[in-house]
Design a protein around this ligand. Structure first.
Ligand SMILES: [Mn+2]
Length: 261
């Protein structure tokens, strides 16, 4: 079905119990000519377990617990023949007040906190490399975390880490909230951009709201982006088939119009 709709692969969620029998799952996908693009990290308020994953913690047990989670997801990704796994920067409430205006926490303080993750991410990037997997930093938005909300911030971390296995994942839903320009953010990320999540401005399937995917696709074309893009919508209903069909038809059509325009 996914193949008929012109999907090339699937992105799996970073919870080990989400896949019962890994080998069967892989074989099923391959039968239909589908690949696993990668594994996406379960961070923040998606679940109580996810909320316990915080790379920016003053409690070393939490940092260690989070490092173990990332390592296990890297291994899961390798076992699925996937290419990438993403981290997001969540912190303890004790070291960050919510900053919904970006005016509560001074930039200097934010950078100082982000700096704490550099050695951790560097070592995890090394582990990712050993496993043939890319470790990607995904900027979110101010309502999720005050740390790392833009392509520029993620690139700053990337440059410091300076490892071939470390890059950036951009998500159009978060970009719509935080970036001045969708295309400028993509162009800035350039060769460091190794995966994208697509969702519309209201986090529904692309094409259902008003995010400018034409501009997004044009910018991707400009940087010669040739990696995976995966849909990451929150659907309010269970009619996945229609959403899968409409989302990819919308993006494929827009993409082919770029060539002929
Ligand atoms: Mn995302």
């Amino acid at each position: 079905m996914l193949q008929d709709l012109r999907y090339d692969g699937v992105e799996c969620i970073g919870e080990e119990q989400s896949i019962e029998n890994l080998e069967d799952f892989k074989e099923n996908l391959h039968t239909y000519g589908l690949e696993v693009s990668g594994v996406t990290g379960m961070w923040g308020n998606v679940s109580r377990t996810a909320a316990e994953r915080r790379l920016l913690s003053l409690d070393n047990n939490i940092v260690e617990h989070t490092k173990k989670y990332v390592s296990r997801c890297i291994e899961l990704c390798r076992r699925l023949d996937g290419k990438e796994f993403n981290v997001c920067l969540f912190s303890d409430t004790s070291i960050s007040t919510p900053d919904f205006s970006h005016r509560t926490l001074p930039r200097k303080q934010k950078n100082k906190v982000i700096q704490r993750t550099i050695p951790i991410l560097r070592s995890l990037a090394g582990y990712a490399q050993e496993n043939g997997v890319l470790l990607l930093l995904e900027p979110l938005n101010r309502y999720a975390t005050p740390y790392c909300c833009t392509a520029a911030e993620a690139l700053g971390v990337c440059r410091e880490i300076d490892a071939p296995s470390f890059g950036v994942l951009l998500d159009t839903f978060h970009m719509n909230i935080e970036e001045d320009s969708l295309s400028a953010a993509i162009e800035l990320a350039g060769d460091f951009l190794l995966h994208l999540h697509f969702a519309d401005n209201n986090r529904k399937m692309p094409g259902t709201a008003h995010l400018d995917f034409y501009t997004v696709l044009m910018a991707l074309k400009k940087i010669n982006y040739d990696k995976y893009v995966s849909f990451e919508p929150n659907l309010e209903h269970n009619n996945y088939l229609d959403s899968l069909k409409n989302g990819i038809a919308f993006i494929r059509e827009l993409d082919s119009s770029l060539i002929t325009r």
